[in-house]
Design a protein around this ligand. Sequence first.
Ligand SMILES: Cc1cc2nc3c(=O)[nH]c(=O)nc-3n(C[C@H](O)[C@H](O)[C@H](O)COP(=O)(O)OP(=O)(O)OC[C@H]3O[C@@H](n4cnc5c(N)ncnc54)[C@H](O)[C@@H]3O)c2cc1C
Length: 406
Amino acid sequence: MSYEKADVVIAGGGFAGVALALALRQGLGDSFRVVVADPAFAADARPDLRASAIAAAARRMFETLDVWDAVADEAQPILDMVVTDSKLEHAVRPVFLTFAGEVEPGQPFAHMIENAPLTAALVAKARAQGIELRAMAVTGFANEASGISVSLGEDGVSASLLVAADGAKSRVREQADIAIHGWNYGQSAIVTTVAHERAHNGRAEEHFLPAGPFAILPLKGNRSSLVWTETDAEAARIVALPDDQFHGELERRFGLHLGEIAASGPRRAYPLGLFIARAFVADRIALVGDAAHVIHPIAGQGLNMGLRDVAALAEAIVDAARLGLDVGGVDVLERYQRWRRFDTAVMGVATDGLNRLFSNESDVLRLMRDVGLGLVDRMPALKSFFIREAAGVTGEVPKLLRGEAL
Ligand SMILES: Cc1cc2nc3c(=O)[nH]c(=O)nc-3n(C[C@H](O)[C@H](O)[C@H](O)COP(=O)(O)OP(=O)(O)OC[C@H]3O[C@@H](n4cnc5c(N)ncnc54)[C@H](O)[C@@H]3O)c2cc1C
């Protein structure tokens, strides 16, 4: 096989892979050759029904990469948030915690946007910039003395660095023999979009029900995205119900505070787990996004963490390239790993703890957590800290997430 030359090959053209390609193009121009490979570029893969809470820092990054304008009209700012903690049969769900939604005046801590238009906008921007998007899977790689040769089916590309942005079941991570630590929760998230009669006014709701969190997240118009946690078996049963019975199950949990509701479009159950890669780097390889970590969607942070990886790795690569250093060298990889691994472990532990605390039937535990939520609700400084954490503006924030170009 003959190998073409590139600087970086990115396996996976989801949010993480394409955002990284755009960041490298912005920082290093078109003489720095980046190839993104993903079979999903060819066919219309199964549509992604999910919507994501894009934290303020991630929005700044999309603005800096000149992608946000294309989706701004479809992004719904989260203006406030309420948290309740009840049993399913409780008619009234007392609100234990409320958050106003601004991280700074006029700056919502997050926007909700459907994954499909955001992915389309990223890919369109990459195409417009002439970034090479190959509709192929990365099928293997081999380390060489001063580079890495990557197989894309029949083709081969030889590069300084291979980035694994190929999702939770990353083949690159597996072939690099990087173990993952973690567990399945035995829970799945049912995802669907719900149309409702009354306006949500930008309010996000997190209802902690015994089976797990039931989140109603505002989309543009009188629509909300649902992330509804159940055990795996119950989720599979509910998703397969005929529409009228599905509606009955939905209404029991959703309530009628937004008027009449109707699930619109398909529904799907996503199995949930916590998985963190033992290392985020190997010889000439860096993992980003879900290839490096998968967390519970309870705090809507999975993708935001992936974008933080991308911003940190892009900054490390751009700094090295400008100094004429090897972008796949140990210094770049170690800088990236130091930057991201600890932060990821902290978020993994936090979301795991939250899920365990709230996904159970114990009355004693409910009393304790409700006292805790009530206390937080009375402490503006602590609430402001949580909002800043959720907005992704704490810690050592990479430039792109601060809204600075590379
Ligand atoms: C129910 C649910 C709700 C969520 N809500 C939120 C939220 O509100 N906010 C948030 O921040 N996060 C959220 N997340 C997490 C978020 O969706 C993921 O973290 C994010 O989609 C991961 O993006 P990625 O680019 O890393 O991986 P993916 O989107 O999985 O992309 C991986 C890509 O790699 C490609 N690929 C696979 N194998 C190969 C190969 N061998 N070669 C080349 N390409 C390959 C695939 O085709 C795919 O396109 C949620 C997750 C779930 C399950």
